[in-house]
Write a protein that binds this ligand. Structure first.
Ligand SMILES: [Zn+2]
Length: 277
């Protein structure tokens, strides 16, 4: 059988991509040169760095300007939806006009105490900005699948819409198929490396490889045990290599083919961000 890698451009760089993380986070900040060096040593060459609140937008843009391979996404996470300042939208537009940024991470989260009225208003406003500026979108969704799937189907399913990824996917197989049919990408996190993720592993096995992205969500989503070796209490991008191997094993495909495929999927996001500068 012809391998996936053979079917793609031979010049394709098959490095690891970490499709969602937070390099600006305090827990990584002091260690950042080492964190990046450890990741590069494993072959990680691209990092989709997502803001979570207005306070870190500038830092995310700076990281993208100073560290090769860092792709910036700016947005307000639902956990911080009630902290949005009055002028957030103007600042947001200014950054999108000046830089090749995607929009993320934004979303809806029924687990967090922030009023859902705030969450929905901010989510909708940021979705409209991603559409207006034609920027790739990164969505966080916890127990809010109805509203998120409706948005993806209504706003992002058309051929001219920017790409959208559901980060650290935790939904059902049925929801995954609706999202995939609407053109969305499904990003699986290092959670899959845990022992007790049978339901999520089943979703991964069903998800078409052409729509899979892989992420650490570092410094979050620390998998207890081996990630803590060396006394570290945070997740970091070098662990993405282990996730690729786990996913290749679960999907019964070659890890090199998986690397090529995920890299190609990532290009849909980097090219959309860059083309609209
Ligand atoms: Zn995140």
């Amino acid at each position: 059988m012809k391998s996936l890698a053979e079917g793609l451009n031979r010049n394709t760089v098959a490095s690891y991509l970490d499709a969602h993380l937070h390099l600006q986070d305090q827990r990584l900040r002091a260690q950042l040169p080492l964190v990046i060096a450890r990741a590069r040593q494993k072959g990680v060459e691209q990092f989709f760095c997502n803001a979570t609140s207005e306070n870190d937008w500038t830092r995310v843009v700076e990281l993208a300007q100073t560290i090769p391979g860092v792709i910036p996404f700016i947005g307000i996470h639902p956990w911080y939806a009630d902290l949005a300042t009055e002028g957030w939208k103007d600042r947001f537009c200014m950054i999108l006009e000046q830089h090749s940024c995607g929009v993320g991470e934004i979303g809806l989260d029924k687990r967090c105490p922030v009023d859902s009225i705030h969450q929905v208003a901010l989510f909708k406003a940021q979705v409209q900005l991603a559409l207006r500026y034609h920027r790739p979108l990164v969505v966080h969704c916890v127990r809010s699948w109805g509203a998120v799937v409706d948005t993806v189907e209504q706003e992002f399913a058309g051929p001219d819409a920017p790409p959208v990824m559901l980060h650290s996917y935790s939904g059902s197989v049925e929801t995954m198929w609706r999202l995939v049919k609407a053109g969305a990408y499904i990003s699986f996190s290092t959670r899959l490396l845990g022992r007790t993720e049978a339901r999520l592993k089943k979703v991964l096995v069903e998800t078409p490889v052409e729509r899979i992205l892989l992420e650490t969500d570092a410094p979050d989503q620390l998998v207890a045990g081996w990630m803590e070796r060396g006394g570290r209490s945070y997740n970091e991008p070098m662990w993405i290599a282990d996730l690729y191997h786990k996913v290749a094993q679960l999907k019964k495909i070659n890890v090199e083919d998986l690397k090529v495929s995920v890299w190609e999927n990532g290009k849909v996001f980097t090219h959309t961000a860059a083309s609209r500068r």
